[in-house]
Structures are given as structure tokens and as C-alpha cells.
Design a protein around this ligand. Sequence first.
Ligand code: HEM
Length: 389
Amino acid sequence: MATPTISLDRTDAYDPPAEHVRLREDAPISWVELTDGRRLWVLTRHEDVRTMLGDPRFSSDRRDPRHPNHMPYIGPDHRPQLIEMDPPDHTRLRRSVVGEFTVQRLAALRPRIQEITDKAIDQMLAGQPEADLVEALALPVPSTVISELLGVPYSEHSFFQETSADFVRPDTTPEEKGAAAGRLKAYIAGLVEEKGKSPGDDLLSRQLASGADPEDLGALGFLLLVAGHETTANMISLCVATLLDKRERLSELRDDPKLTVGAVEELLRYFTIAEIGAARLATEDIEIGGVLVRSGQGVLGLTNTANRDPSVFDSPDELDFTRMARNHLAFGFGPHQCLGQNLARIELEIVLATLLRRIPTLRLAVPFEDIPFKVKGPNYGAYELKVAW
Ligand code: HEM
């Protein structure tokens, strides 16, 4: 049988592509060719994706050219980031930094995150009664939070925001990506060096003090800066766009702000914005869901489709703020499960609750259909979200 070709592009603002859903129903583990020519296994059932992500025989090492997320622009001196490592290196590095992201430590950041959010909303309200919410709120809040956590000076915001946007934009060439990564890496390396000389009360300084290797720390700082703001910013704009489009969900949340925690979890499941993260390389022959994946073959878990699996979530295409769907795969699963997930949750909760409370007349300034969504990945979101009040 000919290998079917599938696209990873989003085809609908809310729902996974129909062809991915069909795969889940008809051939949940399929050998496919992606539209960019990569050939790999795609997994679409929740159970199979979870099993694959939890099995360390599926490697995250993207230096191997056979890895689905191999980066052709990285040179031989590339220092793997946490997300690209396998055990035991991954286990060691993750253990050394996980203490920075405990629920308790992050809870202590709540008042500061509230302040940052309030300030961004104050600035929004001080201007015309309309704004691009991405620029006014969705990007500044998570990028300020991650900068402060790492110890990046506020004055460097626009540099790293723009450079990391170049890095994740789907239309940049491998060379442009490489150049953007190089600029960011050089910047972080300089920052780590500075922290060595004059430490502050921040993650980079604490990690150095506890003996972290400066090069490992540079790679980690790079990852945290990029992963720590772009994804959360995308989720903020998608959440706001959805609430302003689905007014009954908005009223539900306004009437009962206690639903915010469940709403955030459900919106994370519903959008599953970072699907491409669930890519691995089989390091040996592995049977999964009755299919034999050969050593050296790539595998991609379509987490967005898996998070709509009716065998796990009742009425999966409905947005239900009361379902408390903590077993979703929006933050991945297994050893690489998102390190910043609790920070992202807190930011989303605070931003949504504050926005709804402080701007009761908030509305979309363009029809929902005209919002420019990032349909081409790697992370789903909105380029711009024009709102008015
Ligand atoms: C809504 C926001 C976010 C989403 C949807 C998200 C999603 C993900 C996913 C799917 C993975 C797993 C990748 C894999 O399996 O290879 C991941 C890993 C990671 N995320 Fe997030 N993320 C978010 C926010 C954040 C934030 C705020 C931070 C940092 C403060 C962060 C830092 C990381 C790191 C360091 C990893 C790699 C962990 C490891 O390899 O051990 N993320 N994220």
C-alpha cells in the first residue's frame, strides 16, 4: 500500500484536522509521509502516545539526523538542551533544576505575577479602547516572568522576544533559525558569565552557585527563555479569543471565577498547542499498540488528536470547564513532561481571571474568522488578537 501523505497544519481554529481524527479511528498507528517529506510513524490514540512518551527507548536526541525534529542548522559543537537529552544525562540535569519549579516555589511568585499582569492591563487601559492583546498582554506577562526568574534584565526584553520569535517562526530557513539561535546563545552565555561575577537572586545565579556547568546552564537558559514565554503567550491569546467567541463559556466563568482552574486545564487539553514536541526516535525495535516500530524509525504522537480521544474524554470536542482533565497530554508525558507546566498554569489563571474582572466589556475587534492563527506550527497560537472594550 502506498504511504499516505499527511499535513500537520491546523485546518480549524478549534478542532484537530479531520484526517488526523480519521487516522485515530481507522489506523491509529500509521506509517506516513509528512508534507515536508519526513517519513515516520504517527500515533493518534491517547494510550499509545502516553506509552511512547513514557518509554525511554524512544529517544529525544535531535542530533541524530533520523530524529523527526533533527535540526539541520546545529553544528558539531551544539550543546544539547534538556529537551533533547536522554537518560542518564537528562535525568541528572533535570534533577538539578527541578527544585526551581516546585509548586511551593511557584506559588510564592503569584503576587509578583499578579502585579506584572495588572501593570500590563493598566497600560492597555491607558491608551485607546482597543489593542492587540498579543502585544499588550499575552507576550509581556510570560516574558517578564521568565526574565525575572532567570535574572535577565528587563531592558533586554525586546531582544530576546524578537530573537526567539525568529527562532520558532515556521517560515524561517534553517540558516535563519541557526543565526537566531546563535544570537540567543551568545547572549545567554554572556549573561551566565556576568552572573558568575555578580550573582543575583535568580535561577542562573543559584544554579551556578550549586556547581552547574556554565555551558549546560547556557543551554538550559536558552530553552527556558524560549519555552517559557512563547507557549504561554500562545495559550493566553487562544484562551481569550475563545472566551470572546464562545460567550456562554465566558458568562460561565464570569459567574463563577472558581471555575478558572478547571477552565485553564480544559483549554490546555482543547488546544494542545505544542504537538510537535511529542517526536522521538526508536533506538531499538519496539512493539507499541500491536505495531512493530523498527530501530532508527521516527515517531510522532499527535497529542492534539490524542487529547480528543473519546475513550478517555467524554464528548471530547466539547469545551467543558468542569471536567478537570488533568490526564491530558498538552504538557507531554514521561521524563520530558513540561518543566514549566505549573508556572504556565498560574500565569494563565491570573491573566484570565484579572482580564475578565477588570475589563467586563472586552470584545473581539475583528470577526473570529479573521484572527490570524499560527496554523503552521511548531506551536499553535495567534499572531495578533485585536480586542476592544
Ligand atoms: C502553556 C504553556 C506550555 C506548553 C503547552 C508547554 C508544552 C510542553 C511540552 C509538550 C513539553 C514536552 C516536550 C517533549 O516531550 O519533548 C514541554 C517541555 C518543556 N517545557 Fe513546556 N510548555 C509550556 C510552558 C512552559 C514554561 C512556562 C516553561 C518554563 C518556565 C517551559 C519549559 C519547558 C522545559 C524546560 C521543557 C523540557 C523538559 C525536559 O525535557 O525535561 N514550558 N513543554
